[in-house]
Design a protein around this ligand. Structure first.
Ligand SMILES: NC(=O)c1ccc[n+]([C@@H]2O[C@H](COP(=O)([O-])OP(=O)(O)OC[C@H]3O[C@@H](n4cnc5c(N)ncnc54)[C@H](O)[C@@H]3O)[C@@H](O)[C@H]2O)c1
Length: 272
């Protein structure tokens, strides 16, 4: 018996990276999985790969920037597998060139990121919840980011959008808890998806590693396994929470390295 046996999941942005890992894990643990992505060829390939391994999956075109498309993907899921009991709102965009500091940010980019990163979570939930109520309950999981909790010199829209996802998660959990619908989030730190591996230079990866409490980077399955837990009944008393999966990157007081250096200096001076 799988950990999500008999449940029906829609995974948005499921054709690659974190979404793909999660789709695979959910299917292996007994869920029927619909991979929703605007890269429909990659989504179909991923569904076929899951089927080749003996599990159940199919693909649907989903453009997370368009209300109608999200609605159609939810309806497709219900038509294909009879219901929807897991919704993983995972699509999220970032843009290092246009999403800058508050003075210089491109305002169209602000609107685009808010639309795709936040409104798609609202819409996916809005269309799935009536079906979940009919099914007697469900689990909604949203991908936030550590950018929701720690700010940066650029990516103002991304950070604000992911903070909105964290808060929206609590609102959904509050509003539909009595319908046996749970809503939780996962906030990844740096995760070495294929896209991240291609885009990040070794010096940049070294900077990330320097501040991790753990001696390795995060991988897509680290998020996938967290989502699997939140989708399963193992987490049945957890709702409204966003779990930070970031290797302890943001764990220490930021002054800790300075205090360490100061202590080392004092020790060196004493031993002279
Ligand atoms: N990778 C990281 O380090 C990291 C860190 C923090 C948060 N996140 C968040 O995790 C989520 C997944 O990120 P990832 O790194 O796996 O991304 P990815 O780029 O590897 O995959 C994203 C998938 O979403 C699809 N997609 C993009 N825009 C879409 C749209 N408008 N409609 C439908 N599909 C769309 C892409 O085709 C792709 O298959 C995002 O919400 C991202 O913000 C990632």
């Amino acid at each position: 018996m799988g950990r999500v046996q008999g449940k029906v999941a829609l995974v948005t942005g499921g054709a690659s990276g974190i979404g793909l890992s999660t789709a695979m894990l959910l299917a292996k643990e007994g869920a029927k999985v619909v991979i929703g992505d605007y890269n429909i060829d990659a989504a179909k390939e991923a569904a076929q790969e899951i089927k080749n391994q003996g599990f159940e999956a199919t693909a649907v075109f989903l453009d997370a920037s368009k209300e109608e498309s999200i609605k159609e993907a939810v309806e497709f899921t219900v038509k294909e597998y009879g219901t929807i009991t897991i919704l993983y709102n995972n699509v999220g965009l970032t843009n290092l060139k246009k999403d800058l500091d508050v003075v210089n940010i491109d305002l169209d980019e602000w609107d685009r990121l808010m639309n795709v990163n936040v409104k798609s979570v609202l819409l996916g939930s809005r269309f799935a919840i009536p079906h979940m109520i009919k099914a007697g309950g469900g689990s909604i999981i949203n991908t936030a980011s550590m950018a929701a909790f720690a700010s940066d010199s650029i990516r103002s829209a991304y950070g604000a959008s992911k903070a909105a996802v964290v808060q929206l998660t609590k609102y959904i959990a509050t509003q539909y808890g009595k319908d046996n619908i749970r809503c939780n989030g996962v906030a990844p730190g740096l995760i070495l998806t294929p896209a991240a591996k291609n885009n990040l230079s070794q010096p940049l990866l070294d900077i990330f590693m320097k501040y991790n409490a753990l001696p390795y980077h995060g991988e897509a399955d680290d998020i996938g396994n967290t989502v699997l837990f939140l989708a399963s009944d193992e987490s049945k008393f957890i709702t409204g929470q966003t779990i930070q999966v970031e290797g302890g990157h943001y764990l220490a007081n930021p002054t800790a390295p300075d205090f360490n250096a100061m202590a080392a200096q004092a020790q060196a001076a004493q031993s002279k």
